[in-house]
Design a protein around this ligand. Sequence first.
Ligand code: UD1
Ligand code: CA
Length: 433
Amino acid sequence: MSDKLSIVILAAGKGSRMKSDKAKVLHLISGKPMLFHIIKASKKISDDISVVVAHQKERVIQEMQRYFDDINFIEQDAVNYPGTGGAVMNISAKHEKILVLNGDMPLITPEALEGFISCDSDIIMSIFNLENPDGYGRVIISDVGVEYIVEQKDASEDELKVTHVNAGIYSFKKSVLERYLPKLSNNNAQKEYYLTDIVALAKADGLSIEPLLVDEERFKGVNSKADLASAEVIMQDKIKEAWMAKGVTMQLPSTIYIQESVNFEGECIIENGVRITGDSHIINSHIKAHSVIEDSVVINSDVGPMGHLRPLSDISDTHIGNFVEVKKSTLKGVKAGHLSYIGDASIDKGSNIGAGTITCNYDGKNKHKTTIGKNVFIGSDTQIVAPCVIEDDVIIAAGTTVSADAVEKGSLAISRTKMVKKENFFYKFFGKK
Ligand code: UD1
Ligand code: CA
């Protein structure tokens, strides 16, 4: 943690290239808003973080306050001073050195920002070299160093050919911002106040400008849905590599999606096509191909293939087989092997849930609970109309609709219409071939 550095994150822009009603910085990567990832990385290196807001400011502030309680929010006068230069005009910073980050760089890491802390120039700016520089500001460099930055929309044909681009992270001495921000003009294609114009102004006065070569993998800017998707791939690789390094087995990891907030412990195997989201916690378990787990706890269990644990499922010592959906239920030591819906239920040790069992938890108005005790055997194709308590050591015969509020310990519940057999009915109906 540097005690000398303030961080300002620019998050006031509309992000029109996202073609979305949602502010750009709130688009999700691995389950969290882009801005969340940047603030999280920033907090590791600074004790003074400000986020500049304007477009959808209430929503942006509210979202971030869910995760952080020690961030300053500063409002940009985006009507009179639009642009990245306008965005820093109202800031106040605790420290003499100010690191400015674009709010659309979700892949940034604290280590990647190291270079901005150690160097002491008036301006340090990030540059990367791209085969296809499309969309970025071009950095014009001469024999004596950085000359100026020109935005794509303002660039001449020759300037467009330049492949050194501005990555969008800078550190400024506070005095540099104070001196040059008032001198910015909006005389450009977008009629905006560009923060990047400070570079040419400072250069003309002989200030020191240090270019820092960075990699696209961590400094990538997200401007479009295609950028969002490729940033997601990079973030996912990072998340999965970290879990594999801690001992999680992943088969075909490129097909697995694990959100930022998911946790693993012990010996876990994750097969291809699995999606695990929210505050899920997986301990010593095997998640088989194409299962989906949302906000759930799985301990010493196996799920899938094609199992679905919806939010607030709590599974331990349990087997969940294919096409079983569980929602907001606690299963301890249970077998539910095939084709079932278990919602708002709790099921205890030794119970077996037959294929096609459905807890009818919703009556059209309210949700109701199903409680199943120990060693209950539930035959296939059973409906349990909730609320219902099935006590220990009960057998529910296949095909039963359990419509009682309770089935007492040790009993059998069976509801079937009597089966009849009609001899030679087939031939009467279809005729003899
Ligand atoms: C900016 C740089 C460009 C660089 C690129 C790197 C400028 C003028 N251009 O361009 O040189 O190559 O980043 O990714 O800085 N924002 C505000 N208020 C505004 C406008 C934008 O806070 O009025 C915020 C946005 O929310 C965003 C960031 O600033 O997080 C960058 O804005 P964006 O419009 O994405 O800039 P680029 O065109 O990508
Ligand atoms: Ca951008």
